[in-house]
Structure formats: C-alpha cells, structure tokens
Ligand binder design. Structure first.
Ligand SMILES: Cc1cc2nc3c(=O)[nH]c(=O)nc-3n(C[C@H](O)[C@H](O)[C@H](O)COP(=O)(O)OP(=O)(O)OC[C@H]3O[C@@H](n4cnc5c(N)ncnc54)[C@H](O)[C@@H]3O)c2cc1C
Length: 324
C-alpha cells in the first residue's frame, strides 16, 4: 500500500495551488479526469477546443496577482479585453468597464497546466472514500486501489466532498456552503453579437435576462479562432431544467439567442455543471479552509468566494495548515 505524507484530492486550482506550496515532496494529487484545471475546463469539439467552464478570471489579491503575472510572462495566461455588454429590460446593451480580465491561452485550462508544471499528479483516478484507521488516512479509489496518507486535503466541490467522507459528520458545512448548477451551451455563430444600437459586443453579463447568465464569443479571446459562442444559463433556470436532455437545453438556449440577437446559430454541445458555483459567494469560511478532523482538511472555491482567485487562495492557505 503506497503511503504519502499528504494526499490531495482534486487537481483544480485549489489542489494545484496547495501542492505547489507544500514543504514536503512526499505528496500525491489524485484527479479523476484526464488532466489538471478542474472547472477551468475546455472541451474538444471537432478539431477545436472550447472553454465550457469559467470564461475568464480576475486578480484582486497580491498573492494571486503575482502568480497570474508569472503565468502571463510564460504565455499560459493572457489579458482579455472584451467589448462588454449586459441585458437591460431583456435588451443587449453596451456596458464598457475597466475591469482587468484574464484567460488561459490558448484555452482556460492552460492556467491549470501552468500551475501543474513539476507537480506529481495521478490522473484518471477517482477517490471513492476517505477514512481514518490505525493513525493514518486511507483513500480508496473506485477501481479498488488503496493509498494511505498522514494528512489529506480534499478540494472537490462540497456535494462531492460529503460523499467522499461517509464516516464524518459534514452536514453543517454541506448545508451552509451549497452550490448551484449551470447549463452551458456552445453554439456556432456565423456573425457578430450586437447590442440594441447595432454596436458589436464580445461578451455579455446576463443582467435582467431570464435565461442568460453570461455569454462570450471565443474569437474575442486571445489565440482562439473559432466562431463559437458560449452561453451559461442562469442558476435558477439551470436548476429548473437540470434533468432535461442536453438536446432540449441546446434548443431552448439557441432559440433564446436567435430571438434576442436576430441571428441564426448552429447547435454544438451542451454541458451540465451540477455544482458550478456557490449559491452565496459572500459566505466564506475563515481563510477558505476547514478542518474536518486532525489532519483532514477541505478547501476550494466554495469556502472562499467562489471564483478562480478564491480557489487559489484557499489552496495556499490549506498548504500553510498542512505544513504546520
Ligand atoms: C459555468 C462556470 C462559470 C464560471 N465562471 C467563472 C468566472 O467567470 N470567473 C471565475 O473566477 N470563476 C468562475 N467559475 C468558477 C471557477 O471555475 C471555480 O471557482 C474554480 O475553478 C474552482 O476551483 P477548485 O479547485 O476549487 O475546484 P474544481 O475546479 O472543481 O476542482 C476540483 C477537482 O477535483 C476533481 N475531483 C472531483 N471529485 C473527485 C474524486 N472523487 N476523485 C478525484 N478527483 C476528483 C475534479 O475533476 C476537479 O478537477 C465558473 C465555474 C463554472 C462551472
């Protein structure tokens, strides 16, 4: 049975940030998918990739600004300066702002790949349960492997965290830090999105629109060539339609795009995020980490404001606890 000083579950931004800040080299990150990045996700469509999770991130705190600046220097991250809009009375309306926005280049998960350089990750391994026995933690995988660790950090979304820890009472944290779903639809748009005065827009917040939460055009981001548009539906709309067939969701969102912008779009894919973002981003635990048991910690965006930056800061705060 392989033993690690620290086992980290999840190679999203929180898990990667934590691993980079660990004092020990005797750690392992377990990740169920094929690569790092988590919800900074992109998906292959034909010969192209398209961002289907976070469309951009901001950097307000100095520790995150520092790492973003390093990632920019090495070309993994670039600035994105979209012509922004929003919906007012259901109409697309220009809303220029001075917010600095960043994207992975050429796709969002480049930020994950940047952080993962020189880290040790076991991918395509889904942790099934974590329990304490004989003074150490045991992690079982869904394909029957067992690993032990002196300390464990779990960085998966809160609902998935609760099922990994059946022998712990995590009801309190699970009932406070809830997450909301998002349906994401990718469509091919042969033309430009325009506001009500016919001025071009690259991305829009949902504003008071009943369906749209965020819309962005891939081509407006650095290093992307596709004519895809990514639409995130509002959390309440997504919750109502959560069990709908992807084809039905695509059809409803594409119809909303066509009627709103007077354009015709070609359906590409729909992706269901059951746990996209925290319901209340203002609700944070102290420094974005939580100790479940002596040596067993949880971290992640849901404890730290629900964004890429929050996930990163939560990860490095968790590493500080693990290093002690
Ligand atoms: C649709 C959408 C839009 C968003 N928009 C924005 C935005 O505009 N700006 C912004 O800053 N943020 C945005 N976010 C949020 C941002 O993506 C997250 O805050 C951040 O990526 C979370 O990082 P994390 O490390 O906490 O969690 P995750 O990225 O979820 O990482 C958890 C990792 O754990 C892995 N995992 C799960 N279960 C297991 C298991 N049993 N065994 C092994 N591995 C497991 C997962 O595969 C994943 O890689 C958005 C998210 C979504 C989904």
């Amino acid at each position: 049975m392989k033993h690690f000083e620290v086992a980290i579950v999840g190679a999203g931004i929180a898990g990667l940030a934590a691993a980079r800040a660990l004092d020990t080299q005797n750690y392992m990150i377990f990740e169920k998918s094929r690569g790092p990045g988590g919800r900074l996700a992109s998906k292959r469509v034909d010969d192209l990739r398209v961002d289907i999770g976070a469309q951009f991130f901001t950097a307000r705190e100095s520790r995150f600004q520092e790492i973003v600046s390093d990632a920019i220097d090495t070309g993994f991250v670039k600035r994105w300066r979209p012509r922004m809009g929003t919906f007012i009375d259901g109409h697309a309306t220009a809303s220029p702002d001075s917010q600095e926005r960043f994207v992975g280049a050429p796709y969002m998960n480049a930020m994950g790949r940047y952080l993962a350089q020189s880290l040790t990750i076991t991918t395509q391994l889904r942790v099934a349960t974590i329990f304490h026995q004989d003074n150490q933690f045991h992690l079982t995988s869904t394909d029957g492997e067992v690993y032990t660790a002196s300390q464990v950090l779990v960085t998966v979304p809160v609902d998935q965290m609760t099922s990994l820890l059946p022998s712990y009472d995590v009801r309190d944290i699970a009932s406070r830090f809830t997450m909301e779903p998002t349906w994401t639809v990718v469509s091919d748009l042969g033309t430009t999105l325009r506001d009500r005065h016919d001025d071009p827009l690259d991305a829009l917040f949902g504003g008071d629109h009943s369906v749209f939460d965020f819309i962005s055009t891939e081509r407006s981001k650095p290093d992307r060539e596709s004519s895809y548009v990514v639409t995130h539906a509002k959390p309440d709309w997504s919750a109502i339609h959560i069990e709908d067939e992807p084809a039905s969701v695509q059809s409803q969102i594409n119809t909303a795009l066509e009627t709103t912008f007077g354009v015709s779009v070609k359906p590409i894919i729909a992706h269901r995020w059951r746990f996209a973002r925290p319901t209340d981003p203002a609700l944070t635990s102290q420094k974005g980490v939580f100790e479940i048991d002596d040596g067993l910690w949880v971290a992640g965006d849901y404890l730290a404001g629900g964004r890429v930056e929050g996930a990163y800061l939560s990860g490095i705060e968790a590493a500080e606890r693990l290093n002690r």
